[in-house]
Design a protein around this ligand. Sequence first.
Ligand SMILES: [Fe+2]
Ligand SMILES: [Fe+2]
Length: 182
Amino acid sequence: MSRRTSLHPKKGEKEQGPFYRLFLTQLREIYDAEKQLIKALPKMAEAATEPELSKAFETHLKETKDQKTRLEKIFAELKEAAEGETCEAMEGLIHEGERVIEEVDSSSVKDAALIAVAQKVEHYEIASYGTLRTFASYLEYPTIHKWLQTSLNEEGEANKKLSKLAEGTLFGEGINKSAVNE
Ligand SMILES: [Fe+2]
Ligand SMILES: [Fe+2]
């Protein structure tokens, strides 16, 4: 069960300034988001019809689990409890993915729609880790900055891979082309 983190320190919590509280709150939101994705990505992998897309979701599931562990390392480094704070944005995006799985019948169109949702997810994560990494450097946590940068890079690569699957490469047509012709 997650709870709202106040931007003001509570009794027994580390007494730090409001910018640190903001950093911690945002870490807890992305932690919750990664946990939601660990549940959602297997469903997306199963729903994808193109094997390459399914494989991409499975590969990113492994990275997502690593990102969750990395966040736990960060909480430990900060001597804070590793607890999530409900990420409503991710709940909304995952709900959108569930609707695609339920409502889109045509296979290539479904794949194109799954990529669309997945790219929204990656962009949300890219924005979150980008901000967190920058906050970490202002708060002078160089090791945490480095770990957040690693996750940021993984999200960026995942997004690029999805673009390639949708748009194709020099060597093959993408999912969008099949969707147009379906
Ligand atoms: Fe992630
Ligand atoms: Fe991701």
